[in-house]
Design a protein around this ligand. Structure first.
Ligand code: SF4
Length: 220
């Protein structure tokens, strides 16, 4: 059953009906999604990954080149940086649900290279139903938005990661969420800023680790 209150974290009401089914069913249905043009040049849909009883839901922006090839989120360079940050923060990746705001890789072909392109507003809007469906299945108590695209989808268009990074936001259903840097943004930071950016990501994930508790229970 769709619970509109629970979908309020998705910042505004959805235009499309929320697909039904457990995570495995949703993943199967999303393979055939044609709700925006991004499916056509991409290799495959990159759906979320993680257990249905995950301690927290981490939402990134969109798959990159390696995610598109592997069919799994956060496996490329930004995934490796995220893994390091999770480890330093004391979070086990296997106990989290990792997904993206948009489920297909968007790119521009330059010779043999496929250069990442940001999904536009219409594409983000078209894909929101999948994030909503994942959220309805998981009903996470803790949501982590990595990067501006995810943060604005969850907390609203006015939200600025630069201003409000690492601060807990109340969400419906007694859930809460915070935003942090997307790992790819950390990778793009100038050399002299990158280590500090990484430390900030670890610090924010540390807050998440504390919230979900060392024993795996959500702290109240
Ligand atoms: S990006 Fe999202 S909405 Fe667009 S085709 Fe892929 S799964 Fe469907």
């Amino acid at each position: 059953m769709t619970d509109p209150d629970f979908l309020l974290p998705l910042a505004k009401p959805l235009a499309d009906p929320v697909p039904a089914g457990d995570l495995r069913t949703l993943e199967r249905k999303a393979r055939d999604c044609r709700n925006c043009p991004l499916w056509r040049p991409a290799t495959q849909t990159v759906f979320g990954d993680g257990p249905a009883d995950a301690l927290a839901m981490l939402i990134g922006e969109q798959p990159g080149n390696q995610e598109d090839i592997a069919g799994a989120p956060f496996v490329g360079p930004s995934g490796q940086l995220l893994d390091r940050a999770l480890q330093e923060a004391g979070l086990e990746r296997e106990r989290l649900y990792l997904t993206n705001t948009v489920k297909h890789f968007k790119f521009e072909q330059r010779g043999k290279a496929r250069l990442h392109k940001r999904a536009n507003a219409a594409e983000q809007e078209a894909c929101r139903m999948w994030l909503a469906a994942e959220m309805l299945q998981l009903r996470p108590k803790v949501v982590v938005a990595l990067g501006a695209m995810a943060a604005q989808t969850v907390f609203g268009r006015q939200f600025r990661v630069t201003r409000e990074r690492g601060r807990w936001q109340a969400l419906p259903g007694q859930a809460r969420g915070l935003a942090s840097w997307h790992p790819s943004a950390v990778l793009r930071m100038p050399d002299e800023r990158r280590e500090a950016g990484f430390r900030e990501l670890v610090e924010d994930l540390g807050r998440v680790a504390e919230a979900v508790g060392a024993g795996g229970k959500t702290a109240t």
